[in-house]
Design a binder for this molecule. Structure first.
Ligand code: KIV
Length: 270
């Protein structure tokens, strides 16, 4: 599988099923069950390390987990997150860190934000590194955004997200990931830009969808130091394990649900 083959699938009208993945065992399982693309997300700071957010994830963590995923899924497209601090300061540093992820096994790198980040995307793309822009709720800005909140609810912020998505698409990004935005806005963006969109909490009309594997299995209960009884799963999460007793089957059911557009349903969207 390659990025261009994935893009051909999307052009033919097929939805792309993506999952986060951080190790070789899950990578192998996901490749066998037909997951189209694996995201080595900096969500590993939360779901593997037990932190409250992604702000302590480093390039060393990201490259370490990207190598494991590559070992387990040598034939699947791998996207790796650029962690906070690895791409914001200057484009040359962003390029060096992106290259490090590519050398660790990533086909494409993802980073958060629009605005100034558009030039960073263009800089990497011009140097041959495929990029995914992450817009909407951007977890690395959780402190600025005042918590885990849906974005693009006001006309002004919806306009800004649409503008950023267009600018990123024009800069040559391969995908725009939309997190926690109203379904109607995600649909409008998907119809307005040439880059395919990947949604998480963004309605069914995106070109593809992503879930955190721990959410798909219903096993994430919040930060390590928090009481699991206080944890409320996000609206976009669906436990696919509850309908089967097999992790493999749960992953397969997720892939099928994305392909036949039964996931995400209205109850998983905003
Ligand atoms: O880090 C991550 O897992 C992500 C997803 C939530 C899209 O960016």
């Amino acid at each position: 599988m390659s990025l261009t083959k994935l893009q051909a699938k999307i052009a033919a009208g097929e939805k792309i099923a993506m999952l986060t993945c951080y190790d070789a065992t899950f990578a192998k399982l996901m490749e066998l069950e037909g997951v189209d693309m694996l995201l080595v997300g900096d969500s590993l700071g939360m779901v593997l390390q037990g932190a409250e957010n992604t702000l302590n994830v480093s390039m060393h963590h990201m490259t370490y987990h990207t190598k494991m995923v590559k070992n387990g899924a040598p034939n699947t497209v791998i996207m790796a997150d650029m962690p906070i601090g690895s791409y914001e300061q200057d484009n040359e540093a962003a390029y060096k860190n992106a290259l490090w992820l590519v050398k660790s096994g990533a086909h494409i790198v993802k980073f958060e934000g629009g605005g100034k980040r558009v030039e960073t995307a263009r800089y990497l793309v011009e140097r041959g590194i495929p990029v995914c822009a992450h817009l909407g709720f951007t977890p690395q800005s959780v402190n600025q955004l005042g918590g885990y909140k849906i974005q693009g609810k006001t006309e002004e912020s919806a306009e800004q997200i649409l503008k950023d998505a267009k600018a990123m698409s024009d800069a040559g990004v391969s995908f725009v990931l939309l997190e926690m935005v109203p379904a109607a806005l995600a649909k409008k963006i998907t119809e307005s830009i040439s880059a395919p969109t990947i949604g998480i909490g963004a309605g069914v009309d995106c070109s593809g969808h992503v879930l955190v594997i721990q959410d798909l299995l219903g096993i994430y209960t919040g930060a390590a130091n928090k009481n699991p009884n206080d944890f409320k799963a996000p609206r976009f999460a669906k436990n696919f394990l509850i309908e089967t007793n097999s992790v493999q089957q749960a992953v397969n059911n997720y892939v099928q649900a994305v392909k036949n557009k039964t996931f995400p349903a209205a109850e998983h969207s905003y």
